[in-house]
Design a protein around this ligand. Sequence first.
Ligand SMILES: [Zn+2]
Length: 140
Amino acid sequence: MSSITHPNPYASWETRGFWEGAGRDQLVLQKCNTCGLIQHRPRGVCAHCLDSSSLVHFVASGRGSIYSYTVTEQNQAKGFAEACPYTMAYVTLDEGPRLLTVIVDCEPDAVEIGMSVVADFVSQERDDDERFAIPVFRLA
Ligand SMILES: [Zn+2]
């Protein structure tokens, strides 16, 4: 089983905290201090109350459970073709948000809905000074 070679992420002003956190092996989410919503994907405003002034980043537990998954048998995209079959999943984080990710280091038929998973991070080689990583998950 080969690993996916992920494309390098681009960090916008909204996503920079998430990618930089992953580069430190931390899963970083946003919390709205006005209404309490914890959100992912990173945004410039709260998805619930639309407040843009009270969003803070915090380091999440990196723990969650598999909400749903699919096994990708074919993908011709560069970096993904060699990794087939691989398991893509929505993980419900312990903090609430769901994250689309890849389940690594297990055979696809070992994955079941509801299984506990924990985040891991795939460092990205870059030709700039950024230090990013891709969050993936493995069975806990
Ligand atoms: Zn809010």
